[in-house]
Design a protein. Sequence first.
Length: 389
Amino acid sequence: MADIGSFHYVDFASRALLGFRNNVVEVGDLPAVTKNYGHTDCFCTYFIFDRGLREHIQNNGHSVSGYQGPCYAHYLPLDIDSRNLEYALQTANELTHYLLDKHGVHEEAIAIYYSGMKGFHVNIATATFGEVQPSTELPKIFCQFRQSIVKEARVKHLETVDFSISDRLRLLRLPNTRHSKSGLYKVPLQMEELLSCEPEEIRRIAQKPRHSWLTDESGLVPKYHVEPIAEAVEIFERSIEQTKKVPYADLPDPGGFLNNGNLKETLCQAELELYREGVAEGARSAMSLRFASRFRSAGHTQQEASEMVESFASRCSPPMEEHTARQIVEVAYRASGKGYQFGCGNGKGDPPQSKLVFERCPYKNDRIRCETFGQFYSHLNGNRSKGGG
């Protein structure tokens, strides 16, 4: 059993920082680090890690990319976003009422934040779920728990819930840091403020930083002891069992997209890794177009593809703007015929996205062994190709 006390590292990111992310720091140092960057557009992973992450970045070209070690979290976040803040507020209300009324979760176990732009974070203390331990599987378990809670709560605007945050390296904005686009701060909200205030009142509250009463300054560590709740423990234990049965449960997407549409699997192993991790600035647009075209071939609607490509764009370094991601998806869905087709690359003069896929591919020397390769080209061309593009 891992020692929770040894888990106190996070990956810090800032838009003012060269390279945006890949800065492993201790949780206790976050207040000083955010101060160095003017408390503006600062983020960190909501999962916390042991020294394994620091060792990984030292041996991986100073990048957290690809890290699959154990992690822990004192809070499970529900990320709610909408261009219509009223919709996001309604969803945050519905989920909070569900946790309080249906499962008897204590108010001090729910840390609520306005994000500073278009949404809310409803963070549930993991102590509510019983004795949660650090694990390599925790992101998958959180994903299942999140889906169960949202499904049972029957929220009206399901599209406002971001299911893509199950990636262990996913970043969330730090509390009391300013959103450069809106000029507002991500601030904690009192329960009664969430349940009674209108959007404009909440925006007024977010015009300046605010003391965090339930957590430390990072928002990652609770100040109060929280007792387990039997109903929440049961859902969490059920989520553990479901995770063991669900393939690709760690995918940061709306549930089970790999099995939708006409293909058994939408992305190959190399593409999946790149999708989860994000790519650098020079390859973001090309890779987004590749993914959007794959999703189109798999039978997804343009809206579904937009959500998944926006999710990928948020993990790139630096993140790509959502409107840019949507424009790329629109291009993919406007293409005539069967749409854009992308090969696997051959290591010789490949465009950026094909080069990245080729470098990650475990079957580069024997592509016919790749099941996804065979399915994809059989679907597009009516036969089982043996070469790459």
